[in-house]
Design a protein around this ligand. Structure first.
Ligand SMILES: C[S@@+](CC[C@H](N)C(=O)[O-])C[C@H]1O[C@@H](n2cnc3c(N)ncnc32)[C@H](O)[C@@H]1O
Length: 207
């Protein structure tokens, strides 16, 4: 598995031997343990498509990745990247809010998704006011939990360094702390020796 991922030549992300690197890479490294060939995964915030591409590689040609974004520019960028890398065939790009994932995804997916990824914040190089917001993120994470299979994961990279991000992070942590431990494991990871408030990870797995 590790060898296969490190041999992928054009992906921004490569599985690292050093698991703890940047938060976004750590998130993908962890996710790679939860997604196998033929699996279904969801990118709740497609952005420029890097996470969608990584998920598509992990899910393989028999798997499927659904990716959401509210910005057409993000969906377009993701499409271009997936097309260039040859992974568009196994992806469905949805120009809509992740808050509606429950309504928009086929009913049969409920309880069968291996991983849902949220890389919160705003589109790199895009408009900062189009950032993710607590009001949509929280219900979306709740829906993601109803979509994952036993043993599946929801991973959120949270950016607490700007006001909307701080509010979102506080709400997500409050929500995750209250999840019943008989059904979920919830973990919160922070890179504590870095400058400029790096993003933090919230990981929730279903037992
Ligand atoms: C940090 S970027 C994601 C980066 C991306 N995962 C990548 O690999 O390039 C956050 C994205 O979330 C999107 N977003 C904001 N609110 C959203 C919502 N309610 N539903 C889906 N996407 C949303 C933004 O448009 C932005 O593209």
């Amino acid at each position: 598995m590790l060898e296969e991922l490190t041999n992928l030549n054009t992906c921004e992300w490569k599985k690292m031997d050093n698991l703890i690197t940047k938060p976004t890479k750590l998130s993908l490294n962890i996710l790679s343990e939860y997604i196998s060939k033929g699996d279904i995964a969801i990118d709740a915030t497609a952005g420029n498509g890097h996470d969608t591409l990584a998920l598509a590689k992990l899910a393989g040609s028999t798997g499927k990745v659904y990716a959401f974004d509210i910005q057409k520019a993000a969906i377009d960028n993701t499409k271009v990247l997936l097309e260039k890398e040859g992974f568009l065939d196994r992806c469905e790009l949805i120009l809509d809010s992740h808050q509606r994932m429950d309504q928009l995804l086929p009913e049969r997916l409920r309880g069968s998704v291996s991983a849902v990824v949220f890389n919160l914040g705003y589109l790199p190089g895009g408009e900062k006011d189009k950032t993710t917001q607590r009001a949509a993120t929280l219900p979306a994470v709740e829906q993601a939990l109803s979509l994952i299979r036993p043993g599946g994961i929801v991973a959120a990279t949270m950016y607490g360094g700007h006001p909307a991000g701080a509010e979102e992070k506080t709400a997500l942590l409050r929500f995750a702390k209250e999840l019943p431990q008989t059904e979920y494991h919830a973990a919160y990871l922070s890179f504590i020796n870095q400058k400029n408030r790096p993003p933090e990870l919230l990981l929730i797995t279903r037992k």
